[in-house]
Design a binder for this molecule. Structure first.
Ligand code: DUC
Ligand code: ZN
Ligand code: ZN
Ligand code: ZN
Length: 461
């Protein structure tokens, strides 16, 4: 046979097309699209969708998250869940810790990932200390080495940059043609409201949402866009949760600015009411920005439908719930202020969007592929090696059964957390096979890949 592996009889969708043909795979790449291809091995995809493997360009793995707090996933468990959820590449962050170099952060995360991953991995940077040497030497060198995207924070103790510092980072991004990603929430609004809520004894997890209102996100989004416009750089506004922030991005795009947006499953299917759980259960939904209300969910759908949002990512940031090193540290029990921000989602992201989006008719299959794979590859510099089904591309493929209906449960996700915020959702449409570079890494809910098969992929923009 001419090919190592052939996927037969499926319906293939890319971001642009739908077509029926066989896929011939050789040496980990797509070598042919055509009729009647023969392979040493064959996979029959009759009645299934054959899609580019999901790319999740916003996940946090093994990031330090404060004293006594441990992220629930290491690279093995996060990429295992990713594979089971139809993903073939994830983009986690290398976070600079204050007083240390960016290069040392990059080395540290590579060491954590080495030999551990089930799917391919490519790193963004998080800049917390834009010192002269970071801006002058480290960043340009790292962009050239394959890390052309970095996140800055406008809020959080120890992470937030001033507007001046953001401008300095953007200046380097402009010189190196890199992409800045921004966490846009107004730090002082959040600090002020948090203090007032605590003074009033409002410390339960539900008040997390009240402490970070839409206005705080809208204002910071508008300011970040202004800084990017001044700097003449593209900007990715991550985890957009509501209409007002989405409209800021839409307006900038209409002006011709290269402002990109991302939304996440929590903003489509959760609301602030989920934080109202009995006792401390609401902590399971504490993430930032917080889930909002049904009108905000509608706006986020609109952003996906109309292309305001280029990408749909999980913002996987897992902490165990029932764990003194997770959501409920001794301090976390005293106030929402100390509950670590973030929720798991790397395994649930694609089934949720397929079921709520494609099956329910909110988006078509091409849009699904665009916002879950192709646009991630294009925006972050992995295209066309990753993110599409084309001759020459890596054979990163997910086969979906559009009719399989199952209840979403944490146990099936196999991440390192002890819950999913999406427990009990009825989902129609599941990935039944995930293939990374021609190797089947998950099939029918069972992990078949090998730890360490996943490789680091340098990027270029
Ligand atoms: N921002 C993220 O992107 N992830 C988790 C927490 C946060 O604030
Ligand atoms: Zn963020
Ligand atoms: Zn995040
Ligand atoms: Zn479980």
């Amino acid at each position: 046979p001419a090919f190592d592996l052939v996927v037969r009889n499926g319906r293939i969708a890319t971001a642009a097309d739908v077509f029926a043909c066989d896929i011939g795979i050789r040496d980990g790449r797509i070598a042919a699209l055509g009729e009647g291809l023969a392979g040493r091995e064959e996979i029959d995809a009759t009645g299934k969708w054959v899609l580019p493997g999901g790319i999740d360009s916003h996940v946090h793995i093994s990031q330090p998250s404060g004293e006594g707090i441990v992220m629930a996933d290491d690279f093995a468990s996060a990429t295992r869940s990713a594979a089971l959820g139809g993903n073939t590449t994830v983009l986690p962050f290398c976070m600079q810790e204050s007083g240390t170099t960016l290069r040392s952060a990059v080395s540290a995360y590579h060491a954590k990932a080495e030999g551990e991953c089930y799917v391919d991995v490519s790193f963004h940077l998080i800049i917390t200390d834009p010192s002269e040497s970071v801006l002058g030497q480290e960043l340009p060198a790292l962009v050239a080495d394959g890390y052309p995207s970095f996140k800055v924070f406008m809020t959080y103790e120890g992470l937030a940059l001033t507007d001046r510092q953001i401008l300095e980072v953007m200046e380097v991004a402009r010189q190196t043609r890199a992409l800045v990603m921004v966490h846009a929430e107004n730090y002082d609004i959040i600090r002020f409201l948090t203090d007032r809520l605590e003074q009033d004894g409002r410390t339960a997890p539900r008040y997390h949402a009240a402490s970070r209102p839409i206005i705080a996100e809208r204002e910071a989004t508008s300011r970040a866009i202004s800084l990017a416009e001044l700097s003449d750089v593209p900007l990715m506004v991550v985890h957009v949760s509501n209409r007002e922030a989405m409209e800021e991005i839409r307006r900038a795009q209409a002006k011709g600015l290269k402002i990109l947006g991302e939304t996440c499953p929590q903003y489509l299917v959760l609301t602030a009411a989920d934080l109202d759980g009995l006792n401390m259960e609401g902590a399971k939904y504490v993430c930032s920005p917080p889930p909002r209300d049904p009108a905000s969910q509608e706006a986020c759908w609109e952003g996906l439908q109309q292309g305001v949002f280029a990408t749909f990512s999980s913002d996987h940031c897992p902490f165990r719930y029932d764990d003194p090193q997770g959501k409920l540290t001794p301090k976390g029990r005293t106030s929402f202020r100390w509950v670590p921000n973030g929720i798991p989602g790397v395994g649930a992201r694609l089934p949720i969007l397929f079921s709520e989006g494609v099956v329910k008719g909110r988006i078509d299959i091409n849009r699904f592929v665009a916002v879950t794979a192709t646009n991630h590859a294009k925006v972050y510099g992995l295209y066309p090696k990753k993110g599409t089904i084309a001759v020459g591309a890596d054979a990163d493929i997910a086969i979906w059964d559009p009719e399989l209906t199952r209840t979403l449960t944490h146990d099936a996700l196999q991440d390192g957390s002890d819950y999913t915020p999406y427990e009990g959702m009825e989902i129609t449409g599941w990935p039944v096979l995930t293939m990374v570079r021609g190797r089947v890494v998950a099939r029918d809910g069972v992990l078949t890949g090998a730890k360490g098969f996943g490789q680091h992929v340098p990027r270029r923009l």
